[in-house]
Ligand binder design. Sequence first.
Ligand code: DAH
Length: 353
Amino acid sequence: MNEKINVLKKEIKAKLETIHSVKELNELKVEYLGKKGPIVALSGMMKELPVDEKKTFGALLNSFKNDVNTWFEEAKNELEEKELNEKLAKEKIDITLDSTSLPVGGKHPIQMVIDDVCDLFISMGYDVVEGPEIEQDLYNFEKLNLPKGHPARDSQDSFYITEEMLLRTQTSPVQARTMEANKEKSPIRMICPGKTYRRDNDDATHSHQFHQIEGLVVDENISIADLKGTLEILAKTMFGEDRTVRFRPSFFPFTEPSLEVDVSCFKCGGKGCSLCKGTGWIEILGSGMVHPNVLRECGYDPEKYTGFAFGMGPERIAMLKYGINDIRHFYTNDMRFISNFNRKEGGSTDESK
Ligand code: DAH
């Protein structure tokens, strides 16, 4: 019996030398340590031995089994390490190789202006709201103090879908919608960026589709001083701290009084140049105190509440800031134009910063 164990020892050791993979090792393990293997057979043969031999042979067989298990365990560790090293060597990445560079996208300049304006107003506690681009005549005009036949409708040549539905010509209908939807008739501070449409022939300064950003504040005791202070902050944020602002009387049907806002020319500092056409001032937006008729139409008591509103065109702001001379560049998706505006998230569009 002892002889048999010695033979098996030699045999297993010799075979272990020839093994090259974990798979082969497992097969060998089953061959020797499996139920039909020679070691189990030896255990079976113990029954036939006399009692005194049984004990010594049992101990011998056990220590043999333990040895075999240890050899297999050691061989397994070695093979696994070898296989891992081979795999790592095969999958080695040559970091000195040139990579293929993927083009990185950037924000569209219109979106950059919209984001900067929204960030500013969010920081002042305004909500950002949206409204439908396919709008009812009721909200686009009627509730904004522009009844049918009003001459001011002519300045906003519209794409009508039916008699009552049109593509909104301005973001101002969102003012009416926001006031109407506010059932408690509580104070409002909102800003609304979005697409707008007019039946204009496209040229360097006109586009049938463009953008606007609307602003609306309604509360008790809102005065024209609030409007002026707020729009001064807006002008300085967009065009630089050194800018001054000027307010000119104007007319919009939904505001009374109405004011147009000019910023001192950021190219010449106000001396007069080609950009400001020699005036030293550049017009940037329209604004005014919300007309009592509009407040009333939307369910607010004009005796108790007052408000101010403003509307601006991101295209115009972007054209001024970046010296773009043709509005069509924004929409023709020419990468040579768009890639000029790549910048990291969170940066400012304000060149003076
Ligand atoms: N909706 C106006 C336009 O398209 C811009 C505007 C002017 C909006 C004055 C306002 C405002 O809210 O108060 O020309």
